[in-house]
Design a protein around this ligand. Structure first.
Ligand code: CA
Length: 469
């Protein structure tokens, strides 16, 4: 059988709540929905460390942060790209490989992309308008809007590739990352509409660990003037001001998403026009989720649902039943072994993920993962004052331990806090508003989840953070 092409489209900070195929209440994404309608939507795909640089490193290496060495945000942690990554194996096996767009794993020397026939990436976060790119080590400024430019360059690369060999193209959008700068085409979108606020927009952070109240990612307080880009009208009450800021924030965010969606449509149209739909696995995902006003927040980092969940839709007509939904647990370290599987390559023993190909085919292997290990390292660092934590999520529960130390994590703040636990029963409390860790009715669940967390820590070989009973 001919080996399939891979088109991996990843955006930055696109929460599933802002995709209509996930039931968004706030926008429409007709082109991303085409992937879901023609393939499968994953409802429980999670990242193992909800922040840009580490999630990208985990996707490339199939390993947790403490193994691949990228625990915190660049420039505090950069990736050593001499280590194993799936593009290197695909390239060696005859795939044409390229990465175009956001890289954010450092650049120069050992952090430049490796394993790619062609790379053309934004330095650091990159700019929305007239961005600089680094093309195979050479810097150049490109006039235009980042999302359009990245798509133009992807289409150009596809058009000029060899038609004899399969391709693996990583199309990495910068959008919709902060500061959410739309292009002129979408700048007026939603102007006369009020976007609904999430149900827990006015969270008071009671009934949880102190970590939630300590975080500095509140819409009312922590959005900056350059995020909002306009002065608020005079005379607003504090609640009116919060609501005004949310509208400013979410509209620009959704305008950036609308541009991505248009450009996903361009990519899909190209595949259709060239007769590539049957032979190409098309993936749309984001490096992690994002808070869109839930808990009154923007940003990510927490193990809470909106941040933990990666949107994941996959289309491959030869193996995936159109319009299906999968609720098995899939992780960002499962991508690399999946691509190897499809390329017919051996999966190295030290990879920590597993191929989701059986799930894509509609069957769940025996002993498929029923829990996942999460760890956020950057204690109080990186501008949003989120306490370091690790935890376990099962289909029903989430147990989180805020261990209260920076340890040696780069970019973390050496300011100890009292350790705290949280437990959420997601069946009863999907918005995670009430920790039941101290509720005697959950004593047995706590015991079982601690045992599972200990088992997972052992399995992923992470014993660097303190453990407490
Ligand atoms: Ca991100």
């Amino acid at each position: 059988m001919r080996r399939p092409n891979v088109l991996f489209i990843m955006s930055d900070d696109h929460g599933a709540q802002a995709m209509s195929c996930y039931g968004s209440r706030i926008n429409e994404t007709p082109h991303i929905d085409r992937i879901a309608q023609g393939g499968v939507r994953f409802d429980n795909c999670f990242c193992t460390n909800s922040i840009c640089t580490p999630s990208r490193a985990t996707i490339l290496t199939g390993k947790h942060s403490h193994i691949n060495g990228v625990r915190c945000l660049a420039p505090f942690d950069w990736m050593d790209c001499r280590q194993w990554s799936f593009p290197r194996d695909l390239q060696r096996a005859g795939y044409q490989t390229a990465v175009i767009g956001k890289w954010h794993l450092g650049h120069g020397g050992v952090s430049d992309p490796q394993g790619f026939d062609y790379w053309n990436v934004l330095p650091g976060q990159g700019l929305y308008h007239n961005p600089e790119f680094i093309e195979m080590g050479e810097q150049k400024i490109m006039p235009g809007y980042a999302t359009d430019l990245i798509t133009d360059m992807c289409l150009d690369w596809l058009e000029h590739r060899s038609k004899e060999r399969p391709f693996c193209l990583l199309c990495h959008h910068k959008a919709p990352h902060r500061r959410w700068e739309p292009d002129a085409k979408h700048a007026q979108m939603y102007e006369d509409i009020e976007i609904p606020e999430p149900d827990n927009f006015n969270d008071d952070y009671a009934n949880r660990a102190g970590a939630a109240a300590a975080a500095t990612m509140r819409i009312e307080r922590d959005l900056r003037p350059d995020d909002l880009k306009q002065d608020p009208p005079p005379g607003l009450s504090p609640q009116e001001l919060k609501r005004w800021k949310y509208q400013r924030y979410i509209k620009d965010y959704l305008r950036c998403v609308a541009s991505i969606d248009d450009n996903v449509g361009r990519m899909l149209d190209y595949l259709a026009d060239k007769g590539l739909e049957e032979d190409t696995i098309v993936i749309y995902t984001s490096d992690q989720g994002f808070f869109l006003g839930e808990h009154g927040w923007f940003d990510k980092r927490f193990m809470y649902e909106e941040s933990l969940r990666m949107p994941l839709v996959v289309r491959y007509p030869q193996e995936i039943q159109p319009g299906t939904v999968n609720d098995e647990i899939a992780l960002n370290n499962d991508f690399a072994p999946t691509f190897l599987d499809y390329a017919g390559l051996d999966i190295p023993d030290d990879l920590q993920g597993r191929s989701i190909r059986p799930l894509l085919q509609g069957r769940t292997p025996q002993h498929w993962q029923t829990s996942m290990y999460y760890r956020y390292w950057m204690h109080l660092g990186g501008g949003h004052t989120v306490c370091a934590h690790y935890g376990v999520r099962t289909k029903r529960y989430k147990l989180i331990y805020y261990y209260g130390e920076a340890l040696d994590a780069p970019g973390a703040v050496d300011e100890p806090r009292s350790p705290e636990w949280e437990l959420f029963d997601l069946d009863n409390d999907p918005m995670e508003m009430h920790s039941v860790y101290d509720d005697p009715a959950y004593a047995e669940a706590v015991k079982e989840l601690k045992a599972e967390l200990a088992r997972l820590r052992d399995e992923v070989k992470d014993d660097s953070a303190p453990w407490t009973e």
